[in-house]
Ligand binder design. Structure first.
Ligand SMILES: Cc1cc2nc3c(=O)[nH]c(=O)nc-3n(C[C@H](O)[C@H](O)[C@H](O)COP(=O)(O)O)c2cc1C
Length: 196
């Protein structure tokens, strides 16, 4: 059976949306069944509407289904991409995560493979801590974390974050896409090995 992967993202301005699209493409190419899901926008409508770039991004992704607990229960693995906010994941991601209490309690989140990516305005503005924060939550679920490490030569060209691909806005170039694809393929590979 094809491994089932949920690509879960939140994106205010499009960077993590771009990463999620690459991840979904690569996971499918690696043989997975993929659900691409976005975290619901929780910022007040007047705040979103007050920024053209934010409003445009929300409009652009309106046809991507919002993530539901079933998307997490269904999958064998998660590819998570979220922006850095003051060194940790955006609250829109956390708001979704906070709906997962019953799924966790029933044991439905255990034994999944997880990998994460992020973006931040500054290369040292919290990319590593954001990804690690996602992994801390994954550990509470009993997940198996699948970081890229330096297990592919592309990791010596993409900025070299071993926890997960990370970039600044506008930086997702061909090398970045190769890195995201490697990370997604590795996730699918390990989902398959575990055979949940
Ligand atoms: C409230 C807020 C907090 C942010 N905190 C950080 C930060 O701690 N470090 C940093 O480098 N960038 C920070 N940024 C910039 C975001 O990380 C950047 O906009 C994001 O990575 C873009 O991703 P997106 O295009 O998917 O929305 C912050 C942005 C906002 C709006």
């Amino acid at each position: 059976m094809a491994p089932k992967i949920t690509v879960l993202f939140y994106s205010t301005y499009g960077t993590n949306h771009g990463v999620a699209l690459e991840a979904a493409r690569a996971a499918e190419a690696a043989g997975a069944e993929v659900r691409l899901r976005r975290c619901q926008e929780t910022a007040p409508a007047d705040v979103v509407d007050g920024q053209e770039a934010w409003r445009d991004q929300l409009e652009k992704t309106k046809d991507i289904p919002e993530a539901k607990p079933d998307d997490m229960e269904w999958a064998d693995g998660y590819f998570i991409s979220v922006p850095t906010r003051f060194g940790v994941p955006a609250s829109q991601f956390r708001a979704f995560i906070d709906t997962l209490g019953p799924s966790w309690q029933s044991g439905a989140l255990a034994n999944k493979v997880v990998t994460a990516t992020t973006s931040a305005q500054n290369p040292h503005g919290g990319q590593e801590t954001t990804i690690q924060s996602v992994y801390v939550t994954a550990m509470h679920w009993g997940a198996i974390i699948v970081p890229p490490g330096y297990a592919d030569p592309v990791k010596f060209e993409d900025g070299g974050n071993p926890y997960g691909y990370s970039c600044t806005p506008g930086e997702l170039d061909e090398t970045g896409k190769k890195s995201v694809a490697f990370q997604a393929k590795r996730l699918v590979e390990y989902a398959g090995k575990l055979g949940n």
